[in-house]
Design a protein around this ligand. Structure first.
Ligand SMILES: [Zn+2]
Ligand SMILES: [Zn+2]
Length: 208
């Protein structure tokens, strides 16, 4: 891949699980009739009317807490970046590390889209925590079955990395922040407040 400090695995048909946990509030579901509602457990009343009826009370009053999701197979590229440069960043909390990895992830995702002319709808990214504090970065084709984009990324990784570094040098926002010219996109809205390009820039510069 051209960067010996980064190890990777590429899978032609990896599983991607898309899970909606209702912004950490989960969903509450009746195992008997399928009734479902989202919300905070304190404000949920378990008595309910059966779906598709207007007035039939369900006899089951226990709702199970669940996230809702689906999975599909697609092309996946998993990157493991080294731990050794992290202490230079002065991060102390798990939130700080999480913010760093998200920032690195989106620098690479957006860098790949720009360097290889990939539509940002076609490339997804997420963090995969198999160990507690040090996640892998996972890039995947959002089209079920895969469209070959992550393979392109692996083949042209140096160009992707260079574009990512260019983005992290953004002139439109502060280093402790991010903006739509660098890391923020429509698709990572829920992470906007966590993205800090300065940390990602420092970390990735140390890799070269
Ligand atoms: Zn029910
Ligand atoms: Zn910016």
């Amino acid at each position: 891949m051209g960067l010996p400090k980064i190890s990777y695995r590429e899978a032609k048909q990896g599983w991607i699980h898309v899970i909606n946990n209702n912004q950490d509030n989960d969903f509450y579901i009746c195992g008997s009739c399928g009734y479902a509602m989202g919300g905070h457990p304190k404000v949920i009343s378990p008595a309910h009317i059966r779906p598709w009826t207007s007035d039939q009370r369900c006899s089951n009053s226990r709702l199970d807490k669940r996230g809702l999701g689906y999975r599909y197979r697609t092309d996946v590229l998993e990157l493991r970046l080294p731990q050794e440069y992290l202490d230079k960043l002065g991060l102390h909390s798990p939130d700080g590390y999480h913010a760093l990895w998200l920032s690195v992830l989106y620098a690479l995702v957006n860098g790949a889209c720009q360097a290889l002319d990939i539509d940002e709808r076609d490339l997804g990214g997420c963090l995969y925590y198999s160990q507690k504090s040090h996640p892998s970065l996972v890039l995947f084709d959002t089209a079920p079955g895969g469209a070959g984009f992550v393979h392109e990324i692996r083949e042209h990784f140096t160009e992707v990395m260079n574009k990512a570094m260019e983005l992290l040098d953004c002139k439109s926002c502060g280093e402790d922040s991010s903006c739509i010219a660098c890391l923020r996109t429509y698709f990572n809205q829920r992470d906007h407040n966590r993205l800090r390009r300065g940390w990602a820039k420092k970390y990735l510069s140390a890799l070269f």
